[in-house]
Write a protein that binds this ligand. Sequence first.
Ligand code: ADP
Ligand code: MG
Length: 694
Amino acid sequence: MRPEALFPLYSPVRSLAGIGPRLEELLIRVAGGDHVVDLLWVLPTGLIDRRHQPQIAHARPGEIATIKVHVDDHIPARTRRLPYRVRVSDETGGMVLTFFNGREDFLRKTLPEGETRIVSGTLEDYQGVLQMTHPDFIVAPEDMATLPLVEPVYPLTTGLTSKVMGKATRGALARVPELPEWLDAALKNLHHFAAWHDAIAAAHKPDVEKDLSPQTPHRRRLAYDEMLANQLALAMMRAHMRKSSGRSLKGDGTIAGRIRAGLPYELTGTQEITLGEIGRDLESPERMLRLLQGDVGAGKTVVAVLAMAQAAEAGAQSAMMAPTEILARQHFATIAPLAEAAGLKAAILTGRDKGATRAAVLDDLKSGAIQIIVGTHALFQDDIEFADLGFAVIDEQHRFGVHQRLALGAKGKGVDVLVMTATPIPRTLTLTAYGDMDVSRITEKPPGRKPVKTVALPLTRLGDVVDAVRREVGRDGQIYWVCPLVEESELIDAAAAEERFAFLEDLFGKKVALIHGRMKGVEKDRVMAAFKAGETRILVSTTVIEVGVDVAAANVMVVEHAERFGLAQLHQLRGRVGRGTESGSCLLIYQAPLGETAKARIEILRETDDGFRIAEEDLRLRGAGDLLGTKQAGLPRFRMADLEAHADLLEIARDDAALILHQDPDLKSPRGEALRVLLYLFGRDEAVRYLKSG
Ligand code: ADP
Ligand code: MG
């Protein structure tokens, strides 16, 4: 249960004074979450300094100034197009306050002739006269205290004013409770960290530019807290998994040998190395929790199959889970013939298998007749029982969360778990997403792959792209044409996949097909199958299309609005072509003009095909929070921590987490109790549950 002290922060945004449903929606958009606490995580990106309080004679156009003035007289607008003006002065000179569409009764009340007012805003020069158009603040001298001399500036969205955002944030800050200290005292002193509630308050109250730096002790403390919550949660899950000890799945190499003998190729060096690492984990009595990283097409599947063969030699069943139906079926198509040639029985189970088929598979799983099962999350269902599940392979591609990894593990005793990912994640991100999970990496491509030629073109050269596509179709080649998802923002005018489909259909008729996320599963399969069979030649899709899908004849990848994709994502898309004998090409269409970052990204793509290098560069160029696809990759989104700026803290947090769990594995000590609050503060509720179920 979430501690009561956090209830005020975990109430809905609309519980703040003055926030109705409309504003709530806008605030949620900016905060990225619907709780009050999410507003706390939006730190100011700038500040407005109104402390400059000159007399009129010393005030300069261009400055933001706060000036005490005498209201001389009102000059109402003669026509609707002219501004309403109010002349003001002090002992050193005069200036004009200007209002467009100003309402006279309101302005006469706010600026009564003959009285003194304090106005604050940006000064301008208008035909030699100093003026202030629509002052930000107009207050009577006795209300001076209500005028914020330093204002934090927050990120906003269309329709959300800084006044509303500021007020909502102040409301959220007013609810910040004093929480028990979860940091180690020595560490706190060493880094000059203040208490959490002081740090969060201070981070929202910048006084000078420097206070906005991620390197202030306050911001570093908040970042550290978040990293500690992240590392602690991961370490707890790992400890939970390790608690049930593993088993030794020792093979004699007979089945794996038969599979190898049937392969039309030799394993690459790193395939052998990773297979060795996995094999030793299977054999050891400790429970395996390993991540297998490798680019799309690097050949992870065969490594997994050989490992599953080892499990079968030891008499245990294996399960391989894929995130989507299409991928599960594709894996099954690869695995089944290999398995069967080696005398193993493989089967598939997805949400779509029903009735008698499903019942038969379930029976065979329970009796042990099936050694290898491939499926989707349907494999988690309660009525699925294994005779003896020993090894679970989770092909994450993008989408599973940590808890799903555990759910499959729970279907057997001491199940060894291998997670495969095609997202080449930089090392720092690996640490944040998987903690200190063991990592194996396949770093080279199978031999014979020709590099994909990468070209970037502005949208104005769409005609050239169409020509290239026409040539490719003429040679019986196939083309992927990827359009980015239409983003929420109405500002961005996306070339929706549907529009592009219609355009290409006019040119190429029945050769063009469309696939997107809103289509039904069966429908998607049908489109995909037709493309794979070569019945259609051009596949227009949104990015929802599965990255891992294998179509050997597809040799051209067109990506529209390439500037909107992350480097890693572009790399993955490109990885889908050039798998056959012909060398492939990748045409990146961008909307001119290209920004510096977009230019750098395209340059790197043209330079290298190394997914890991690309991932590191992506992180460097964009910052972890911006990595497109971060969310789908199941990577945690950090709110306070900036993985680049605070990289030094991550390692400390990892060691800290390990030490905490060593000394107080159930988080029972006073500090342990405080750490539970920290976990809840950052929404790591699931980690706390593992303590209990442990
Ligand atoms: P991944 O799962 O890493 O995306 P796959 O396992 O689907 O990659 O492999 C992609 C393709 O490469 C498959 O057609 C597979 O048969 C082939 N392949 C795998 N390993 C090798 C190898 N060592 N030499 C040649 N081809 C390979
Ligand atoms: Mg694959």
